[in-house]
Design a protein around this ligand. Structure first.
Ligand code: ATP
Length: 220
């Protein structure tokens, strides 16, 4: 099923909820955005399929939203923990299948799991983990300028690149970026096998025009 065929509901339109709505809608999904606050609903209405003012702690109101028809429901209410917990409970009891909830802390998260949340997000913790993984994956040493706009740098393979091949990374003459050497363990191989699967800790030494290298690295 493509994201365009999927239906999502997002309850609570703070910064987090609104950015979830935006991303889902841009991916072509159908999005229902819900909040108590008319102004926030008005903001969401400018880019989502449907936006409604509703109090999601109220069983009758939630029943009218027919959330069991949606593929996923996100409850992103942060400041008011009671409203977050109660809305999650009401949404689950209304038959929503796959309910993701944003939590403020571990204790909030524990309660959400207990009342049946299918997935709990701790944004700061999850983002910290993602950023650290990205940093590890792109543990790139400083560019060494070689003159005439050429530069050299190194990529340390982390979890995101693990299992791919040099061929997958499209580091080749045609792309203007070339592999100068490949290091696994103590040995540097100047003619690496482009089909060999990368392992965590492998070092890829690459050379190319500075801007192309920077673009290439940010796309890996
Ligand atoms: P952030 O802005 O970083 O996402 P946050 O999660 O603390 O932080 P809030 O500002 O609390 O975000 O936003 C949560 C939204 O949830 C608010 O727009 C609020 O009006 C809405 N909300 C609170 N209670 C309910 C409820 N019972 N039903 C529907 N929406 C609610």
């Amino acid at each position: 099923m493509k994201s365009a065929d999927k239906q999502f509901a997002v309850i609570g339109l703070g910064r987090f909820g609104l950015s979830v709505c935006k991303e889902l809608q841009q991916a072509g999904a159908e999005v229902l955005a819900v909040d108590l606050d008319e102004e926030r609903v008005r903001v969401a209405a400018s880019f989502v399929s449907q936006a409604l003012v509703a109090n999601c702690t109220n069983e009758e109101t939630v029943a009218e939203l027919r959330l069991s028809d949606y593929d996923m429901v996100m409850v992103s209410i942060g400041a008011d923990v009671n409203a977050s917990i109660l809305s999650t409970l009401v949404v689950k009891e209304a038959g929503a299948k796959n309910v993701w909830v944003k939590a403020n802390d571990k204790f909030h998260s524990k309660i959400l799991h207990k009342i049946g949340a299918d997935h709990v997000i701790l944004p700061e913790r999850d983002m910290g983990i993602r950023v650290a993984r990205k940093m590890l994956d792109k543990r790139v040493l400083e560019f060494q300028e070689l003159g005439s706009d050429l530069a050299m740098t190194e990529i340390v393979v982390g979890s995101q690149l693990m299992g791919k091949t040099l061929g997958d990374l499209a580091l080749c003459k045609e792309q203007d970026v070339q592999v100068l050497g490949f290091k696994r363990g103590p040995e540097i191989n100047k003619t690496p096998d482009y089909q060999k699967r990368l392992e965590i800790g492998d070092l890829i030494i690459i050379v190319g025009p500075r801007d192309t290298l920077a673009k290439k690295l940010s796309s890996l």
